[in-house]
Ligand binder design. Structure first.
Ligand code: MN
Length: 266
């Protein structure tokens, strides 16, 4: 058993009794397997109960930070595994989310157990371990948990196309046009040698495109991510084989969730 602490307001459903617990109950303590989306909570009488928890609003890393959850967890996908077809197959998500992302969560928790970072937030862990060769295992696994949790939310069925909402004007101002942004974003993804990520970020208040290698992530460097695309081969190889540029074009044209990008502008 691993003890977790949760601060903030959460909706709680008692799965063991199929009862809806008071909406907005304030939880202070939870215990259970951390690599689990249905953790166990003790009720007031000390009985172990199975609950399903979710934050008010959608599960995003931002919400997790705001809520102060102090654990590495595998968030539920924001859509069904076949919802992004034909652009990204259910088979890709079964491996990418179910195997790769899940393994990063398991490994991160194993490596963190018993260390002074065990109860730290993801952001805190990344900022404290970035560049420390002796903590590379923790950094890589925790960064990949963050990056993947963020990436799933950057996509939605029926997404893609021209930016909408406040981000549209910000992109025009920063890059000249949406087309120029797309060109820069796709180039970053296509030219990331080997594994890594391409990003739209907010850096010192300005929009910018950047790429990171392997597990590296903007939040380790105090930069706010707004959008990311995973360019590790495991993200696209089953559907696109070696055609990374085709995957990037499809991501932009058919998948980007601009509502999520706008929510990250704050
Ligand atoms: Mn990946």
């Amino acid at each position: 058993m691993v003890h977790l602490r949760i601060n903030g307001m959460w909706e709680v459903y008692d799965l063991s009794h199929r009862l809806s617990i008071r909406k907005g109950s304030r939880l202070t303590e939870m215990e259970g397997a951390v690599n689990c989306v249905t953790p166990y909570l003790r009720d007031r009488k000390g009985r172990l109960r199975i609950f399903k928890i979710r934050p008010i609003g959608h599960i995003t890393n931002r919400t997790l930070f705001k809520g102060g959850i102090m654990a590495i967890t595998l968030p539920e996908l924001p859509y069904a595994k076949d919802a992004l077809e034909p652009h990204i197959s259910a088979r890709t998500l079964e491996f990418h989310y179910g195997k790769h992302h899940n393994a990063y969560v398991t490994n991160a928790n194993k490596l963190l157990e018993g260390t002074d970072l065990a109860s730290a937030s993801i952001k805190e862990i990344l900022q404290k371990t970035a560049g420390d060769a002796s903590k590379a295992g923790i950094f890589n696994n925790v960064a990949q948990v963050f990056n993947h949790s963020f990436y799933w939310q950057c996509m939605k069925p029926g997404g893609g196309g021209a930016p909408s909402g406040p981000i549209a004007d910000r992109i025009d101002a920063a890059f000249g046009s949406a087309e120029k942004f797309v060109e820069e974003f796709k180039t970053a993804g296509a030219t990331q040698f080997g594994s890594g990520w391409a990003w739209l970020v907010l850096k010192e208040g300005e929009l910018a495109v950047m790429k990171t290698a392997n597990a590296d992530t903007p939040i380790a460097h105090g930069i706010t991510p707004l959008l990311t695309v995973d360019v590790w081969e495991h993200a696209y190889y089953l559907d696109y084989q070696n055609r990374r540029p085709d995957y990037l074009s499809t991501f932009v044209d058919k998948l980007i969730n601009w509502d999520f990008v706008n929510s990250c502008l704050g």
